[in-house]
Design a protein around this ligand. Structure first.
Ligand SMILES: [Zn+2]
Ligand SMILES: [Zn+2]
Length: 245
């Protein structure tokens, strides 16, 4: 999330100074020193609000030598990255320009529910329901687990999976549109406050639920409707803020 503004224009999260989830604003919105610490970037899906600054980020962190960032994504997301972004038209083909001794990036294809270890952490891709293939991510270490669930429509599988996760501290869950745009949410496969509340029904009240991916054009009604749900564990996501779990 970009800068200190309540509006959530673009999507990027940095976890424990090492993992990034999505590159919507990573290459513009994060200090360069933070960008350089990222070893593993997990892409939820190929939509522009999640990958817009990916080429800039790769440019920013490139160093000569064997170390480079690993970009994790589904087969479909990595194909879009290669064919539509790093295609020698929109941006140089960093994949072809990479050599074993000096790579811009390495690609790792994710498989649903197969965890990827990153240092002390484990990242598990969770299949969601959206207009293109998308993964949410469960990120765990020895004491805490946090799930980032965006972008999605109703997805019972993800809640069944999270019900079995020990130490689940927080879920960052998308809520893109207000209730009156239910028709659009059903077409674009996003959540509205009403369906957001239904999704989190099975979560224990001790789990923090942080609303993310609120479309700036509809920010005020979405926030009003989320708060009107009267659920004590719901928070509105803040941008440019460090969360501790
Ligand atoms: Zn999307
Ligand atoms: Zn999105």
């Amino acid at each position: 999330m970009l800068g200190e503004t309540r509006y959530q224009y673009l999507v990027s999260y940095v976890v424990n100074d090492r993992i990034a989830v999505d590159a919507g604003c990573l290459g513009f919105g994060c200090p360069l020193a933070t960008q350089k610490l990222v070893t593993d970037l997990f892409l939820s899906h190929c939509h522009l609000d999640h990958v817009a600054t990916l080429p800039i980020f790769l440019d920013n962190v490139f160093e000569q030598g064997p170390e480079c960032v690993i970009v994790h994504g589904s087969d479909e997301t990595l194909s879009v990255l290669q064919q539509d972004i790093l295609n020698d038209r929109l941006w140089p083909d960093f994949i072809s320009l990479s050599t074993p001794d000096s790579a811009f990036l390495k690609l790792n294809e994710l498989t649903a529910l197969q965890p990827v270890p990153v240092g002390e952490m484990l990242v598990t891709p969770l299949p969601l329901i959206h207009v293109v293939p998308v993964f949410g991510f469960l990120i765990e270490d020895a004491t805490s687990a946090v799930a980032i669930i965006s972008d999605t429509h109703h997805s019972s599988g993800v809640w069944q999976h999270l019900a079995r996760v020990p130490n689940l501290k927080a879920v960052l869950l998308e809520c893109s549109f207000p209730d009156q745009l239910d028709w659009l949410a059903d077409k674009a496969l996003h959540l509205i406050p009403k369906s957001f509340a239904a999704e989190i029904q099975s979560l224990p009240a001790s789990v923090r639920v942080i609303a993310i991916h609120i479309k700036p054009a509809w920010y005020e009604p979405v926030v009003d409707q989320l708060l009107a749900l009267g659920l004590p564990n719901i928070e509105i996501g803040l941008t440019g803020v460090e969360y501790q779990f």
